[in-house]
Design a protein around this ligand. Sequence first.
Ligand code: NAI
Length: 324
Amino acid sequence: MATPVKVTVTGAAGQIGYALLFRIASGQLLGADVPVKLSLLEIPQAVKAAEGTAMELDDCAFPLLSGIEITDDPNVAFDGANVALLVGAMPRKAGMERGDLLSANGGIFKPQGQAINAHAADDIRVLVVGNPANTNALIAQQNAPDVPADRFTAMTRLDHNRALAQLAAKLQVPVTEIKNMTIWGNHSSTQYPDLFHAEVGGKIAAEQVDEAWYKETFIPTVAKRGAAIIEARGLSSAASAANAAIDHVYDWVNGTDWTSVSLPSDGSYGVAEGIISSFPCRSVGGQWEIIQGLEINEFSRQRIDASVAELTEERDAVKELGLI
Ligand code: NAI
């Protein structure tokens, strides 16, 4: 058997962790012929619950699962890690100001970034799922100066998949008919799902739907889908979030022509350099590349700028807090 790939999952005892770990162990994250070793990072109070999940993983007798480690120490969890899925985060509680939220998450993502810097394998790839995902990813990335910045990504793939599903339902086509969907900006309500480059059956999507539906129904439905799931389910989206994390890493490693990824901006499309913002990306040779040369119309410009402004404010706030 090939050497197992070490996959570290933080917040392993949480909802997303429960939906994610079994799919990783079954081979869906990296490929059906790649053995994996799981490292589960939790806070001390949740280690026992993570042990319970590990018992269930054992009971699946997954042929590709070569071992499971459970720890509350980031230095152990990230030691030799090839893939890190940073899921555990501090949720916003009632009455919490943005500064408090960013500061609480800084207490998680700063030490995790430092531990990745000190201990992870040279080919480490990081996906941040825990919210506020883009800025949490920025905190981790800035605290890992020896790791190439483009190894740090945040998840906008769930938003991307939601946009595909909403458009497919509207046009009554299979999702496979839709190409070149893009989510720009922040994984928040300011995100911008772009239909001016998406194609359905080879034609621009924005030209196949009426403008009012696009602006007043589609964009808010995609951006607020998380809240709608909480309202319906009584719990936040976990299985679809786990599914998007699987899609993101699988495509990163195995290649894709076009998807949405939040990664450190190189200044493309006028997005402030360094912030972790969502772009249309392809993956070639195991690396993300921002798809270049797209024309950005006035409406898209305003939407992208608004979401990027939110990200630069978050960056300035975490800078002020001394987290980056
Ligand atoms: P959850 O509350 O069920 O689980 C979170 C887990 O993280 C808990 O078990 C907790 O003990 C653990 N945790 C907290 N601090 C930790 C630390 N320092 N180290 C290791 N583990 C730690 O939450 P759920 O539903 O699994 O969601 C996790 C995160 O994912 C949330 O921040 C949520 O907002 C976010 N999310 C992001 C999405 C995206 O599209 N980017 C979509 C859905 C959720």
